[in-house]
Design a protein around this ligand. Structure first.
Ligand code: S0N
Length: 274
């Protein structure tokens, strides 16, 4: 028998819910009245939550979602869009969702978008940059930039094209059509489509499968997928993981120990692998 899903709070925020169930963290935009459109504060809170997930060694996988069952996220909140960005209480215009996109891609743990309802505009880009996307049968996907005077020429264009191909990505942006869950599955935009009432159960089941896998192996794989696409930043990520693994070895520890003991290191006993 499977354990009932029970989320416990990790930290209180104003515009997101941040909870966990065992090794699974869930970050959920809590603005259903505007289809989970994000403000600079929503984004900053998601960044803070992601950072906590990165640091917590008991968290192995992260679900990104939106409250209410009618929307994953409808992008930037147009009511706070000002001169040069989205404006928060400090009156400074920001485009901080770009920072969040980078964190989702580089955090060394799988991030799964759990999509019910609308994933539109900047909200669509958020699911695109997640490692996996599981959609409810009521999910609808699309970009709106050329309709509302915005565009995402970063991951929102280039990574989308890697996912669905150049022709389809250009269609998505140039026509601003909306695509249902089955169409999204057919174009490789999502991994699975399930009935809305099975969305969380299925996502948690995928998380549990992932949690049974080797965390270092998953970490290396995520950075390997990124390295091919992300140039020097991608290589830095992959190389950082190589350093992490090297630090775990007796060979690397000999170097540190010799330095601390003010002696010459003796690397002679370590094999020179073919
Ligand atoms: C999703 C849509 C199609 C749903 O239509 P539906 O079901 O008819 O619902 P509505 O009645 O339209 O919506 C319900 C209520 O929610 C409000 N609302 C919905 N979306 C937003 C939004 N994005 N901002 C503010 N309010 C929103 C509605 O107004 C309504 O409220 P009431 O009941 O009070 O009238 C439909 O809602 C829709 O088309 N929404 C807008 C989608 C959109 O255009 N989003 C913005 C797209 N642009 C971005 O996301 C910017 C990209 C971005 O963030 C970025 C990119 C690159 C570099 C930087 C950035 C950056 O900005 O940081």
């Amino acid at each position: 028998m499977t354990e009932p899903i029970s989320w416990t709070p990790i930290k209180e925020f104003k515009e997101i819910l941040f909870t966990q169930f065992g090794g699974i963290a869930k970050i959920s935009i809590n603005r259903p009245q505007v289809h989970n459109a994000f403000t600079p504060l929503t984004v900053q809170e998601m960044i803070d939550a992601m950072r906590i997930c990165q640091d917590r060694t008991d968290i192995g996988v992260i679900i990104l979602t939106g409250e209410g069952g009618r929307a994953f996220c409808s992008g930037g909140d147009q009511s706070v869009r000002g001169h040069g960005g989205y404006v928060g209480e400090d009156t400074v215009p920001r485009l901080n969702v770009l920072e969040l996109q980078k964190i989702i891609r580089s955090i060394p743990k799988p991030v799964i978008a759990m999509v019910a309802g609308w994933a539109i505009g900047g909200g669509h880009v958020l699911h695109v940059v997640c490692d996996l996307s599981i959609a409810a049968d009521n999910a609808r996907f699309g970009q709106t930039g050329p309709n509302v005077g915005s565009f995402d020429g970063g991951f929102g264009a280039s990574y989308l094209a890697r996912v669905v191909g150049q022709k389809k990505a250009r269609e998505i942006w140039f026509l601003c059509d909306q695509y249902d869950a089955q169409e999204a599955l057919d174009m490789g935009l999502v991994n699975k489509v399930v009935p809305l009432d099975k969305l969380e159960e299925t996502t948690v089941a995928w998380c549990h499968k992932i949690l049974q896998k080797s965390p270092l192996s998953l970490r290396m794989l995520k950075s390997s997928f990124n390295a091919e696409l992300d140039g020097q930043a991608g290589i830095q990520e992959l190389a950082g993981n190589a350093t992490l693994l090297y630090y775990l070895s007796d060979e690397a520890k000999e170097g540190r120990n010799a330095y601390m003991e003010k002696r010459q290191p003796d690397f002679s006993k370590f094999p020179k692998f073919p």
